[in-house]
Design a protein around this ligand. Structure first.
Ligand code: 5RP
Length: 263
């Protein structure tokens, strides 16, 4: 592996355990000012010390994150759709590789929509992005977006999406946790991280999902709403870190969360 590519990956996946806690704050690219992310800077800044990387758009990066921070950036480079538009899967590449390099990012991220109307377009977007990224030693994270097709959240569908992303050359794949998750990890030859999805009912549900994913071989989380839509985002991300980096159980993580939330 080329040094630049390896260095970027090792800034995201911590060399001591090969795992990562990525904080996803890119939701505005199609959802606009989603709850608790109306003022991105206010939500993001207190969480930076706890995040192994930030996943976000260039607009939020340039305008809402101080360049003094040494946090690795995973830049969302797909979009061109919106929650009120006709079809979420109709995405294009929205950032040039030149701008990604200018922003000094550690990876670029793009969504693929397997089985959706614009499947072919999003998969060829991924392939083109990987060709371009390869020239710069830039890792590509493929997001197996499900959008309105969330009913397809099972190992057969997500396993298909993850494998296709890896076959096209993505270095990291982000997907959703589901039953039989170990099958997805086993059949995907690159690191898999999980998204959190919409806010779950309880903190324990979030910790259990993160624990199960890691136990099945996921290399980390790329989580958003279940962290920053919580009343206690620092306690949430700290507890998730204990699962990802210290092998804590969901119960132990809940203990850490409870202790921190009352501070
Ligand atoms: C949107 C994304 C988000 O980053 C992803 O969904 C993670 O955030 P959350 O944990 O809130 O689901 O890629 O397409």
């Amino acid at each position: 592996m080329d040094w630049g590519l390896e260095n970027r990956l090792k800034r995201i996946f911590k060399p001591q355990d090969g795992r990562t806690v990525m904080l996803a704050v890119d939701h505005g690219y199609f959802l606009g000012p989603v709850s608790k992310l109306e003022e991105p800077g206010k939500t993001i800044e207190p969480l930076i010390p706890y995040a192994d990387s930030l996943m976000l758009t260039r607009g939020v990066l340039r305008n809402c994150v101080d360049a003094k921070y040494d946090v690795p950036i995973v830049l969302r480079v797909s979009g061109g759709n919106s929650i009120v538009g006709k079809d979420l899967s109709n995405e294009g590449i929205t950032v040039s590789m030149q701008d990604a390099v200018r922003l000094n990012v550690c990876a670029v991220a793009l969504s693929i929509y397997v089985g959706a109307e614009y499947e072919h377009q999003t998969l060829t977007n991924l392939a083109k992005l990987i060709d371009e990224a390869q020239n710069y030693g830039m890792p590509v994270l493929a997001v197996t977006a499900v959008g309105k097709e969330l009913e397809k959240r099972d190992a057969k569908y997500l396993g298909l999406s993850c494998r296709i992303a890896a076959e096209l050359g993505a270095q990291i794949v982000k997907t959703y946790y589901c039953d039989d998750f170990e099958k997805i990890v086993k059949s995907c030859p690159v690191p898999v991280v999980i998204a959190g999805g919409p806010k779950l009912k309880t903190e324990t549900d979030v910790f259990q999902m993160a624990y199960n994913a890691i136990d099945c071989g996921a290399k980390g989380v790329d989580m958003g709403r279940n962290i920053w839509q919580s009343e206690w985002p620092i306690a949430m991300i700290s507890a998730i870190r204990s699962i990802v980096h210290a092998g804590a159980s969901a119960e132990k993580a809940f203990g850490i969360f409870s202790e921190l939330k009352n501070k």
